[in-house]
Design a protein around this ligand. Structure first.
Ligand code: THU
Length: 139
């Protein structure tokens, strides 16, 4: 299943509407595509003990893994303050990049996000997480 980048961005925007962000008001959405072509949606879920906050990307991954999906091809991520169109550049945080390393091939897994200038950035995990540590290191 090959979805266009524009379609995946629109799915991430839909997911963003579910964000729970009483502390930052910064709403993030993600649309994660499995190798079999299913789309899992995620939003950020904040917490009064700030460190317990879960990012949109990890929400999408954990929903998928719970369903038995552990192979993924791409993810679209969008973020912006509440009330602002989510066309800003919002790149995955370090913890989310590490979760991607667990389940994705850095050579092929693709991250898609608005570039903040009206375009779309498409970047491989290996370029977002150079010299990453992953399951292969423990073999
Ligand atoms: N956030 C994400 O959901 N994904 C990212 O990759 C960057 C940050 C969320 C976490 C927090 O709820 C808010 O954005 C502000 O940091």
């Amino acid at each position: 299943m090959d979805y266009s980048n524009e379609y995946l961005i629109s799915e991430a925007k839909k997911a963003r509407e579910h964000a729970y962000t009483p502390y930052s008001n910064f709403m993030v959405g993600a649309a994660l595509v499995t190798e079999s072509g299913k789309i899992y949606h995620g939003c950020n879920i904040e917490n009064a003990g700030y460190t317990a906050t879960n990012c949109a990307e990890r929400t999408a991954f954990f929903r998928a893994v719970y369903d038995g999906e552990i192979k993924f091809s791409k993810i679209a991520v969008v973020g912006a303050p509440k009330g602002v169109e989510a066309d800003l550049l919002t790149a995955p945080c370090g913890v989310c990049r590490q979760v991607m390393m667990e389940f994705c091939d850095p050579e092929t897994f693709t991250i898609i996000m608005p570039d903040g200038k009206g375009g779309i950035i498409e970047i491989l995990l290996k370029d977002l997480m150079p010299f990453g540590f992953g399951p292969d290191n423990l073999k």
